[in-house]
Write a protein that binds this ligand. Structure first.
Ligand code: RB5
Length: 146
């Protein structure tokens, strides 16, 4: 599995830790940045990561900013993206099983690195259940015109 990852200036440290986790899990990672000491704009990283997932260059995406909110809003504007903003383990598992989320957003200013890494691991390794959830996900795709 290939995972595209990006952050703004508020998510750099957590992004680096998640890159190490992805590699430890034996997955491929594509890091789109930022390499920033100064302030940058989260859509400049959210949209490229989301587009890589939407066009099949990557299987999944992970986005980190201060809250995760800006990243999730921006990523969900890209057709085909189901970005979940997650700060707990129950939701990390449920959003994979029920929503088939293909991008994960988290806020480095919201949770500590220990929990964030556990969330990323659960999210990366949990399968979509399909079944009744497929009908619901399909309705989102139909609304998007896919
Ligand atoms: C940057 O200060 C902050 O606004 C950004 O990281 C994010 O939290 C936006 O949603």
């Amino acid at each position: 599995m290939k995972v595209a990852i990006g952050s703004d200036h508020a998510g750099v440290e957590l992004r680096k830790e998640i890159i190490s986790l992805i590699e430890e899990l034996g997955m491929e990672v594509e890091d789109v940045g930022c390499e920033c000491d100064t302030s940058v704009d989260y859509p400049d990283y959210a949209i490229p990561v989301a587009e890589k997932v939407a066009n099949g260059e990557a299987d999944r995406g992970i986005l980190i900013c201060g809250t995760g909110i800006g990243m999730s809003i921006a990523a969900n504007k890209v057709k085909g993206i189901r970005c979940a903003l997650v700060h707990d383990l129950f939701s990390a598992k449920a959003t994979r099983q029920h929503n088939d989320s293909n991008v994960l957003a988290m806020g480095e200013r919201v949770i500590g690195p220990g929990l964030a890494l556990e969330i990323a691991k659960v999210w990366l390794t949990t399968e979509y259940e399909g079944g009744r959830h497929g009908r619901r996900v399909d309705k989102i795709s139909q609304y998007e015109g896919q």
